[in-house]
Design a binder for this molecule. Sequence first.
Ligand SMILES: [Zn+2]
Length: 187
Amino acid sequence: MTFSWTHHRFTGGSLALDVANSVILRFDDERRTDRFAIAAQRNAFAGAAATLSAERDNFGELAPVASEMASLFIALREAIDAFFRHRVRTGKDDSGMLATLLEAIAATLRRYPDEPSPCPVDLATARSALKLISQPEPDRLKICPNCEWLFVDRSKNRSRNWCDMTVCGNRAKARLHYRKKRKGGPQ
Ligand SMILES: [Zn+2]
């Protein structure tokens, strides 16, 4: 099956979270898939993010992460995931995780002393993460109960439960339906 960066993959509501969500089933050792492990997919992310990310207007056109920057970019992604996941789960910020994230952000910013145009994805991600650290409503940050992706709930009454209703919401509904049916049916 060929892979493509669809709208569903940009439901994080923040570029930093879309990047964190490039790991599918992060906590499932057998099915975990890193969409950035393949360079072509990582590179294609730039064009897709420029069109589909909720923050696209802040960045405009985006350039792929240079291959020599790839490992730093992955370290940044992992620091983003660890810090914000911990924030959602505990309601608190972990100083050590914050330090690791700030170091990854600083290391990325330092690599671009001149403002490159178009902006590389790693630089845009570092800026997006910095913004998200100090967002005024931290309780809008959520974890999808179906796929464990991180997302910002921008709905008016903060009622969004799923990263993407059309994907995770419907899957969860179907599972519930199946379970109910099985309960009532013959064993
Ligand atoms: Zn989900």
